[in-house]
Design a protein around this ligand. Structure first.
Ligand code: KG4
Ligand code: ZN
Length: 347
């Protein structure tokens, strides 16, 4: 008998994602984004995102069903992001998912968005090994997870104490006068600069931080250091070597992320690393992670970028994992949890 067909719905931020997954196979992944509506504000406006989800939900669902030649009554279970994320946007997705589950009489799983960023890799690189480390990095999250079972056994090793990696890139992008979101622009600039030109601080890497924050991140000090460095140059009337600033900043972020991640692999005796989230597009991170993992004998799995940014496939993949693990459905009475803990895979 074939595995159950899972419909996944994602609305935690600015992407409306609807996907269909059967086992480890992705049938369709349909995404609508409201990013362009936020660009002129320099950040996501939750009210605008909520309204965009409301408008995009049914068309995105219909597009997914048509593309996969699937009718709603063939769906065996529904999975939806219950958190973490923005309350309004999450509520639109959860309401849609509850209505569908109720109308179809099918089980509903409210799942964790960040865990979904790791789960999606199964659709690309196949079943997970018994244990692995996942680094989930985006504009909203920077988290290090030890995964023993993607449906039921996720342990948070560390997270950012302030800015997420992508957020730090976007803020530094703003102070360098780059368009929003600045991340990809800094990445491009950095490729032409000298990463050793300026020694920017590596947050939470001092010996004194090892006890409490070995696997936590902090990027706000780095961001401030870049701002000070640029101001000092401006005050002295000297030109800003943009490419060198970008390269040195990107090198500091990639250094901290990969050093802590590989230390976690070593500490937990794990030989597989999964990297997910929109920031995994970053070339400095990819290059250093690949290089350091190879040196440590760790296999790196990074899904193609379209599965790293927010999408429905990651939620359908996690829903499919819930079914495989025999997890009880969430019922129809749960609310959204904007700060859902990472050890909680489902509600
Ligand atoms: O996962 P995502 O699309 O949305 C969130 O859930 O946040 O991630 C977008 C974030 C933004 O902060 C963006 O600037 C950053 O990831 N980003 C990058 C790159 N591509 C996207 N940052 C650095 N280098 C990149 N190539
Ligand atoms: Zn995300």
């Amino acid at each position: 008998m074939s595995e159950p067909l899972v419909l996944g719905i994602e609305t935690s931020c600015d992407e409306t994602g609807v996907a269909l997954v059967r086992g480890h196979e992705l049938l369709v992944d349909s995404v609508a984004s409201s990013m362009e509506e936020h660009a002129r504000f320099g950040g996501i406006i939750p009210e605008i995102a909520s309204r965009a989800h409301l408008e995009a939900m049914v068309p995105t669902l219909e597009r997914a069903l048509t593309e996969a030649s699937v009718s709603l009554d063939q769906v065996d279970a529904v999975a939806v992001t219950a958190g973490p994320g923005l309350v309004g946007p999450l509520t639109v997705g959860v309401s849609a998912a509850k209505s569908l589950a109720l109308a179809l009489g099918k089980p509903l799983y409210g799942v964790n968005h960040v865990v979904g960023h790791a789960a999606v890799d199964q659709l690309v690189h196949g079943a997970f090994p018994e244990r692995f480390i996942a680094l989930v990095v985006s504009g909203g999250h920077s988290s290090l997870l030890l995964v023993e079972d993607i449906a039921t056994g996720v342990h948070e090793l560390g997270s950012t104490l302030d800015d997420a990696a992508g957020e730090a890139f976007d803020k530094v992008g703003r102070l360098l006068g780059l368009p929003y979101p600045g991340g990809p622009h800094i990445d491009r600039l950095a490729r032409t600069g000298d990463p050793a030109a300026i020694r920017f601080p590596r947050g939470l890497t001092a010996a004194k931080d090892q006890a409490a924050h070995a696997y936590d991140f902090s990027f706000s000090g780095l961001k401030t250091a870049v701002a000070r460095w640029v101001e000092a140059r401006e005050d002295a009337g000297e030109p800003i070597p943009l490419a060198d600033v970008a390269a040195s900043f990107a090198a500091a972020v990639a250094d901290v992320l990969t050093a802590k991640t590989l230390a976690a692999c070593q500490r937990h005796g794990v030989d597989t690393l999964v990297i997910g989230g929109g920031f995994s597009a970053n070339s400095q991170l990819r290059e250093l992670a690949t290089q350091r993992a190879a040196a440590a004998g760790v296999t790196v799995r990074i899904p193609p970028i379209r599965y790293c940014t927010d999408n429905g496939a990651m939620i359908a993949a996690l829903g499919a994992a819930m079914l495989r693990a025999g997890v009880e459905p969430s019922g129809l009475e749960f609310g959204v949890d904007s700060s859902m803990p990472l050890g909680v895979t489902h509600v």
